[in-house]
Design a binder for this molecule. Structure first.
Ligand code: FBP
Length: 261
């Protein structure tokens, strides 16, 4: 396997994944504020920005849209996912094999694990299969490490996010995508627990440019390696403007004020 830093998922050892699997995970409601955001082509266009190291989509969108962008965009194939119509204990269906992801042209794969769910055992066993297959193809694995379920009272507490990051290290993920624990110190704890696994922040619902960049800056200052973001980019009228600012904060170490200039 080529070192992850040399893979298309990284630029200078850092990661900016543009996530666009929300049509499955949340449904059309995420596109309601900006109807044109439902068009995958619009987000593929945004993903040609040099700051974006990969676009994360489900199989159907990859099959339909990636072929037109394969020269300009790196594909992270999301291997599992569940719709918001599902109301049971957190669980997720494996929708794509690593073999097929590689055939479509993916240069990395993504997999959700809901640690703490009553379905954790099955999800982790499925992750094992995916992670080992990804190793055979030399594809880095990103774990959407989202502890949630009956037993968890607070799924973004510092302890929970640190555990989420550790789980990704223990199970062999190259990158742990975790929710923001609310502070730089919380993120430092997660980064420490993740060891050699890179920690990136999961974007979350849309907020102001300044507020969002401040959390990204805190993640980078805490030793995080970047971001996997969806709504905060493509729910904006001008996704490119925010990507310009993210490029400055993530890859150039700029302050939030400088990034907003
Ligand atoms: P956002 O930046 O829009 O939060 O996207 C990140 C992401 O992990 C997506 O890949 C996924 O669709 C969504 O969040 C799932 O969020 P949740 O399960 O918390 O509703």
């Amino acid at each position: 396997m080529i070192p992850i830093d040399d893979s298309p998922l990284c630029r200078d050892g850092k990661v900016l994944i543009l996530a666009f699997d929300h049509g499955l995970e949340h449904g059309p409601v995420d596109f309601a504020g900006l109807p044109e955001s439902a068009d995958p082509e619009r987000t593929f266009e945004a993903a040609t920005h040099p700051a974006v190291t990969s676009i994360a989509v489900q199989k159907g969108i990859a099959e339909a849209y990636y072929p037109s962008y394969e020269d300009d965009v790196n594909l992270l194939m999301k291997l599992n996912g569940t719709s918001n119509l599902w109301m049971g204990e957190p669980d997720t269906a494996v929708n794509c094999s690593v073999d097929y992801a590689a055939e479509v042209g993916a240069s990395s794969v993504g997999f959700t694990v809901y640690g703490g769910s009553n379905n954790e055992i099955e999800m982790v066993e499925e992750f094992r299969e995916a992670q080992e297959a990804a190793r055979e193809y030399g594809l880095p694995t990103v774990m959407w490490s989202y502890p949630r379920g009956q037993g968890l009272k607070n799924d973004t507490s510092e302890e929970t996010i640190a555990y989420a990051a550790r789980l990704a290290l223990e199970l062999g993920a190259d990158v742990a995508k975790v929710k923001y624990p609310g502070s730089k110190t919380g993120m430092e704890h997660a980064v420490q627990m993740a060891g050699k696994t890179k920690v990136v922040m999961s974007g979350g619902s849309k907020t102001t440019d300044r507020e969002f960049l401040q959390s990204v800056k805190a993640v980078m200052d805490a030793g995080g390696k970047g971001l996997a973001v969806g709504r905060n980019v493509w729910q904006r009228e001008n996704p490119t403007a925010l990507l310009d600012s993210l490029e400055k904060v993530i890859f150039e170490g700029a302050s939030v004020d400088a990034a907003l200039e």
